[in-house]
Design a protein around this ligand. Structure first.
Ligand SMILES: Nc1ncnc2c1ncn2[C@@H]1O[C@H](COP(=O)(O)OP(=O)(O)OP(=O)(O)O)[C@@H](O)[C@H]1O
Ligand SMILES: [Mg+2]
Length: 256
């Protein structure tokens, strides 16, 4: 039965897609079955994982135009359901009584086929993100250690806590993940303290594994590789492996 992991923050450019791609690559390298779902109309995760921009998308699945299995594309990295720009019209299209549960209901049919389902979300709070939170077991919130990254956090907090209260009581907010992290940066220290407060308000923690800045992270998508295979020795790759092993200890190689 798959664990559904949603990576979210309505702030743009904080490392959501990078985190989804890295976790996908790490789980695959440990022999796990992974389905990646791109719920961002920008389609960055689809591209990063080597999926072609053709055929059915998550938009078609959510509007009932096709079966979820017809939308799954297999790339050299994993199974992917791609997005496209039509997704940005979802707010008006998804109007059924159970509109918050569409994704959760759809995933029921494939949950036994995967170990992990990883969902990337857009930099917005919308019916798409609410669907993702409702379907999720785990939520990871990437954040950059800059003061501006805290802007709008109250809205994110309210949305997450409302979903937890009304639609998904079991939602596990795993923590805030600091990305593009530079050790010993004076500014970062101040912001870190503020992030701790945000984490408390979300009834969660700031994850002890932070993701360092590495130039290779920006290069990897152009090669349709995830960071851990593109540049396994770089800091960010090592940080992502540490993070994955600490959040999901079941992936660690068994020591004989
Ligand atoms: N650890 C890192 N080191 C260096 N660059 C990084 C790191 N993490 C992310 N980046 C770069 O920052 C940019 C934004 O990252 P990413 O696309 O993952 O963020 P996002 O939150 O998904 O953005 P959006 O909200 O637009 O979807 C990208 O160019 C990415 O390559
Ligand atoms: Mg993204």
């Amino acid at each position: 039965m798959a664990t559904v992991i949603v990576v979210t923050n309505q702030k743009g450019g904080v490392g959501k897609t990078t985190t989804c791609a890295a976790l996908t690559g790490i789980f695959r390298s440990r022999g796990k079955r992974v389905l990646a779902i791109d719920m961002d109309p920008q389609g960055n995760l689809s591209f990063s994982l080597g999926a072609e921009d053709e055929g059915h998308t998550i938009h078609d699945v959510m509007t009932g135009e096709c079966n979820i299995r017809d939308a799954i594309k297999t790339t050299h990295i994993c199974d992917v359901i791609t997005s496209n720009i039509l997704l940005s019209g979802s707010e008006l299209e998804l109007t059924s009584a159970r509109r918050e549960f569409i994704l959760k209901d759809i995933l029921k049919t494939v949950r036994t086929s995967y170990d992990y389902i990883i969902i990337d979300t857009p930099p917005a709070l919308s019916i798409l993100t609410i669907n993702a939170y409702t379907a999720a077991d785990d939520l990871i919130i990437p954040m950059t250690p800059e003061i501006l990254s805290l802007q709008g956090i109250a809205q994110l907090r309210e949305t997450i806590l409302a979903v937890k209260k009304y639609y998904n009581k079991k939602l596990n907010i795993r923590g805030i993940l600091l990305t593009k992290y530079v050790k010993k940066q004076a500014l970062a220290k101040d912001v870190e303290e503020m992030v701790e407060i945000v984490a408390e308000q979300l009834h969660t923690v700031v994850l002890k594994d932070k993701i360092s800045v590495s130039v290779a992270v920006a290069e990897a998508p152009a090669h349709q590789e995830v960071i851990t295979t593109y540049s396994p020795g770089c800091r960010a790759a090592k940080d992502y492996i540490r993070l994955a092993e600490s959040l999901y200890p079941e992936i660690a190689a068994k020591v004989k």
